[in-house]
Design a protein around this ligand. Structure first.
Ligand SMILES: Nc1ncnc2c1ncn2[C@@H]1O[C@H](COP(=O)(O)OP(=O)(O)OP(=O)(O)O)[C@@H](O)[C@H]1O
Ligand SMILES: [Mg+2]
Length: 464
């Protein structure tokens, strides 16, 4: 997970150096220490340091032009500085390359900043050219993800973009179906023509046909002139049929015909019109289920799902959460000229454990709300709306990891440890019928420690 290169700790006080170093080493970071700031640039070069954590008064007293020199480094560096507000320090640049840690030093806040710096450096450097567009964790500058399912989604999108085959994108609400559809268009040879979205659920049934196929003058009351439909607008481009599961039966037949013959008739006309469109359909409904219940035509379903793509819900790819938060935070901070530094470890853990029924959209809205309400500092669990804290009721044992192998694409360590711990606590409570004293003794904990843990984790035990 920590791919941002070494982290150098520069502090004149050996004890704080050791403390910070031990803490971050334990978190899995690759640490170097520096007790002689005069040679800091040599160390940065020799050890390939990407992030420097420094006691600023000390650093500046020895290297007063540190910032100016650091800015010229290739590859660029992120500096996390601390020191008391009263110290006369050079004015720090206000951007992602300089993060300030308030005193007194709080390890959770430090970790949150280090995580942010590491993500930022990983974003900047893991692309072949260092260019955001070629970064493996971002597709088309919009879709962010590092989890295995997202990385395979990226390569799927790149592959299908080359053809004109019909694509059916399924996934819960807010998982990024429209983003994926736009990315396919953007990466395709049709990207110099229109991407035309139609929301089949938002347009009244009786208007949808004319909206899609257009109409000729006089074909119905109010049709004062010929009007082109969305199919025609999307000619040589891409037509995005969103919420296709809501399309009524009579239109399903007409759509099937266009898919088969690549021609359609505007409302009120009997003259077929040829069209060259790439169709991408999306739905958050279970189309196969709709086929079984006869609410969706089976033949249309097969025509649409030439290339089926399913975007998994956010709770099945929790490794993406920190990366998404980081990216939304940067965007909303800059939109609103706020300087929220990050989420504390507890807050991040809480969010990594939440179920996200509204998926990425819900996460995006939450981060925006947090940035509006808090214009600087760290977001802690106290800042989070109640529902993010109270949803954690243990009712069934989540599956234990079957082995301790690190997944290919990394893991959210805190969330994994948390799940592991919760699982054992739950088993102990289940075995003792919810008796905390006996459960604590099974876990070799004091009863009060177990109670404290349950409280801190916001967990309640309920027998099913
Ligand atoms: N992987 C992602 N990276 C960055 N932003 C994302 C990602 N997935 C979704 N979003 C953001 O979340 C919001 C919802 O995405 P989108 O509209 O594509 O979802 P959807 O699946 O079409 O949802 P719905 O079913 O409700 O229409 C958008 O603001 C989008 O930018
Ligand atoms: Mg959508």
């Amino acid at each position: 997970m920590h791919t941002a290169g070494k982290i150098l700790i520069a502090d004149s006080d050996r004890k704080s150096r050791d403390l910070v170093s031990a803490f971050l080493t334990y978190q899995g970071y690759d640490i170097a220490q520096e007790d002689n700031a005069a040679s800091i640039f040599d160390t940065i070069r020799e050890q390939r340091v990407m992030v420097v954590i420094a006691e600023l008064p000390y650093l500046y007293s020895i290297v007063p032009d540190f910032i100016e020199r650091a800015r010229k480094l290739v590859p660029p560096l992120v500096l996390i500085g601390y020191g008391s507000k009263d110290d006369k320090l050079p004015h720090p640049p206000n951007d992602e390359s300089f993060l300030f840690l308030p005193q007194p030093l709080n390890l959770d806040e430090l970790e949150s900043l280090v995580m942010r710096a590491a993500e930022y450096q990983a974003m900047r450097f893991s692309g072949a050219t260092g260019d955001a567009a070629s970064h493996p964790h971002i597709l088309c500058s919009t879709i962010i993800g590092r989890s295995a399912p997202m990385l395979s989604l990226f390569s799927m999108i790149e592959k299908v973009a080359e053809s004109s085959a019909t694509v059916l994108i399924q996934g819960e609400s807010g998982t990024g179906k429209e983003l994926a559809a736009r990315a396919i268009h953007q990466l395709s040879g049709r990207n110099n023509r229109n991407f035309v979205p139609v929301n089949c659920a938002a347009i009244p049934d009786d208007l949808l046909e004319s909206e899609l196929f257009g109409h000729v003058k006089g074909s119905f009351t109010g049709a004062y002139a010929n009007r082109a439909g969305r199919f025609e607008m999307a000619d040589k481009g891409t037509l995005f049929l969103d919420e296709i599961g809501d399309m009524k039966a009579n239109l399903q037949v007409k759509l099937l015909r266009v898919l088969q013959s690549r021609e359609f008739e505007p409302v009120g006309s009997s003259k077929p019109q040829k069209v060259d469109v790439r169709i991408i359909a999306a739905t958050n409904k279970d189309l196969e289920q709709l086929v079984l219940s006869r609410d969706f035509r089976e033949d249309l379903f097969y025509r649409l799902s030439v290339i089926p793509i399913t975007i998994p819900p956010l709770r099945e790819r929790r490794e993406d959460i920190p990366l998404l938060i980081h990216s939304f935070l940067t965007r909303f901070n800059s939109d609103r000229r706020h300087a929220v530094k990050g989420f504390s470890r507890d807050a991040l853990d809480t969010l990594c454990n939440y179920n996200w029924p509204g998926n990425v959209r819900e996460l995006e809205n939450l981060v925006e709300r947090m940035v509006i309400l808090k214009d600087n500092g760290f977001i802690t669990p106290d800042d989070l709306p109640e529902k993010y804290l109270s949803g954690r009721v243990l009712v069934q044992a989540p599956s234990l990891p079957t082995d301790d192998e690190l997944p290919e694409d990394g893991i959210c360590l805190n969330a994994a440890v948390d799940r592991f711990e919760n699982n054992l606590i739950l088993q102990a409570l289940a075995r003792t019928g919810g008796n905390k004293k006996e459960a604590a003794s099974l876990l070799n904990l004091k009863r009060t420690t177990l109670i404290e843990k349950l409280k801190k984790k916001n967990l309640t035990y309920r027998e099913e």
